[in-house]
Design a protein. Structure first.
Length: 304
């Protein structure tokens, strides 16, 4: 089952107001006091921010900018080979800087005339209802930290590279922006945790890890694939299944490894039609209707 708490390092605030990011022992930055201090300081900026205030700016270091430059250059080559056309064209329109880390307000300024989306700061995990609900209002909650310089092509958790190179470029495309909005509006409608989880799982296999057929080739549109230096080279070797929202909402999966099963839309147009229709009509009863339509034998199973 997709649970955002498994993706983000926990963040806490002590009685004296200090903020601490709890890095797992397997994190590249674990045991590095300098990186720990940076993570704490950047998280504090987001925690101290309130809606209506200007989005806080981070004074990134030369080392952090260098991580962005390296990853941007490496991913740009892979996007030409593996990303779907809509993503590539949207990335060109958004024109993120490749030589430095953009501030979140810069990303918002670029997205506004294209699709109306904007970015909000997040210290780490954002509750499912809040995260998805904000999409319905054209707002994307984003972290502001950068992965550890010792492992620039790897991160165990979503960092600014994932949030901006992955999701930001996707949100610059009108069709993908609309799909995100529709998912967000669906999250605003539902009242049960079960329905919200089903919606999040379909989002996982589409907006995060979706693929589609284009000009006879399998191309990626999922932000998780397109921001991962390693996974983008492997997704064509995974088990590729036909697009099926019920299967996406019920399939067990492990978020800590490359996704071994992916669902391919037959085309960009088919993706927009089918996924858009699903999100637009989604309500608390949708999972039960889909389970009934597919038979009791295909009811939800526990996830890893």
């Amino acid at each position: 089952m997709f649970e955002e708490a498994q993706l983000y390092s926990a963040v806490s605030r002590a009685a004296d107001g200090s903020v601490h990011v709890h890095l797992d022992s397997g994190h590249p930055g674990y045991g590095d006091p300098r990186y720990q201090a940076r993570r704490d300081a950047i998280a504090a900026l987001a925690l101290n921010w309130s809606p209506g205030q200007p989005v806080p700016r981070v004074g990134y270091t030369d080392e952090e900018h260098e991580v962005w430059r390296l990853v941007s250059a490496e991913l740009a080559v892979k996007h030409e080979r593996y990303a779907c056309r809509a993503y590539r064209e949207a990335a060109a329109a958004l024109a993120l800087p490749a030589d430095r880390i953009p501030q979140l307000d810069e990303v918002s300024a670029g997205l506004q005339p294209l699709t109306g989306f904007g970015y909000l700061p997040a210290a780490g995990i954002v509750p499912l209802q809040e995260f998805y609900g904000a999409l319905g209002d054209g707002q994307f909650h984003s972290t502001q930290y950068i992965r550890h310089p010792r492992a620039p092509l790897y991160t165990p958790e979503p960092d600014l590279i994932h949030e901006v190179i992955g999701h930001g470029n996707l949100l610059a495309d009108p069709d993908f922006a609309q799909l995100n909005r529709l998912a967000g509006l669906a999250a605003q409608r539902v009242q049960t945790a079960e329905a919200l989880q089903f919606l999040a799982d379909v989002f996982w296999f589409t907006i995060e890890f979706g693929v589609l057929w284009e000009d006879g080739e399998l191309r990626a549109y999922g932000a998780g694939i397109l921001s991962s230096y390693g996974e983008i080279e492997e997704f064509r070797h995974m088990e590729i299944r036909p697009f099926d929202v019920h299967a996406m909402g019920t399939l067990p999966y492990d978020i800590t490894a490359y996704q071994p099963i992916l669902f391919a839309a037959p085309s960009m147009g088919a993706l927009v039609d089918e996924l858009g229709t699903f999100f637009a009509g989604f309500d608390d009863d949708t999972p039960a209707r889909l389970h009934a339509a597919h038979g009791a034998a295909r009811a939800p199973a526990p996830r890893a």
